[in-house]
Design a protein around this ligand. Structure first.
Ligand code: CO8
Length: 258
């Protein structure tokens, strides 16, 4: 892959979007490579968690590649949006935890990519926003939907309609990111969190992601039914027996993901 680099660090796959000269802007090839990286990680049993970050000093991802967008037609625009939406949906429903380590600009499609991740950790240098209206378009990679669900319609509309960028501390205050850390601590913080999650029962982690992500799209009673079903399913696993036995024996659990 040319624009996306992957490195398995002891079970934590670091996926780096690496086109720093264009501030890691998402062209069609990069979207394709992100899809490939996640496809490979899904079936790789050695990968327990994924961290998504941007190459270089300045940006996580500064948006879709405007030089490509500038030539779009109604037909290619819709197809491009749908392709990206499909890739981002696969990240949102990824069966292993996905943490965005936001090291700089996360704008437009880059902010939408972070929104598709399960957890967002930002460097103090990060700036986030959906500036699409200043280009005469709207977010097209799920941003209008995910931003409104995460922040509420009022704050989401303020950010989407003004196109304003906000700093990491404001992003934390409005719930757009989970945590803000010093730039030099970003990757270590994301890795520590990824490793902590990786040490838990993997089948339980997977079920929890499904319950939250799928359940939040359902009426609450249906979401709770999904939760109860997944809960029941986990009672069939070795991991559940190991987790409870380990507690009773006052030792650390040794989960096998079975
Ligand atoms: N696309 C293409 N190139 C970009 C992008 C981008 N999104 N962002 C930055 N670059 C390039 C610049 O053109 C520049 O290239 P060059 O050196 O060849 O001139 C290089 O990266 C460095 O950028 P700057 O010189 O502008 O760096 P600054 O530090 O001065 O500014 C900013 C940084 C503020 C981040 C500025 O680059 C900027 O405003 N970028 C654009 C941000 C933006 O508007 N993003 C939203 C794009 S639209 C979008 O994401 C839609 C998503 C939905 C698509 C649905 C499918 C159809």
């Amino acid at each position: 892959m040319e624009n996306v680099k992957t490195e398995n660090r002891d079970g934590v796959l670091v996926v780096t979007i690496d086109r720093p000269k264009s501030l890691n802007a998402l062209n069609a090839q990069t979207i394709e490579e992100i899809a490939e990286a996640f496809d490979a990680a899904k079936s790789d049993a050695s990968v327990k968690a994924v961290i998504l970050t941007g190459g270089g000093e300045k940006a996580f991802v500064a948006g879709a590649d405007i030089s490509e967008l500038a030539t779009m037609t109604p037909v290619t625009g819709k197809a491009t949006a749908e392709k990206g939406q499909k890739v981002f949906a696969a990240i949102e429903r990824f069966p292993k935890p996905v943490i965005a380590a936001i090291n700089g600009f996360a704008l437009g499609g880059g902010c939408e990519l972070a929104l598709a991740c399960h957890i967002r950790i930002a460097s103090q240098k990060a700036q986030l926003g959906l500036p699409e209206v200043s280009l005469g378009i709207i977010p097209g990679y799920g941003g209008t939907q995910r931003m409104a669900r995460l922040l509420g319609k009022g704050k989401a509309l303020e950010l989407i309609l003004t196109g304003d960028r906000i700093g990491a501390d404001e992003a934390l205050a409005v719930g757009l990111v989970n945590r803000v850390v010093a730039p030099e601590e970003l990757m270590a913080t994301a890795e520590a969190m990824a490793k902590k999650i990786a040490s838990r029962g993997q089948l339980a982690v997977r079920a929890a992601i499904e319950a939250v992500m799928s359940g939040s799209e359902m009426p609450q009673a249906e979401g709770q039914l999904l939760e109860a079903t997944l809960f029941g399913l986990l009672a069939s696993t070795d991991d559940m027996r190991e987790g409870m036995q380990a507690f009773l024996e006052k030792r650390a659990a040794n989960f096998q993901g079975k």
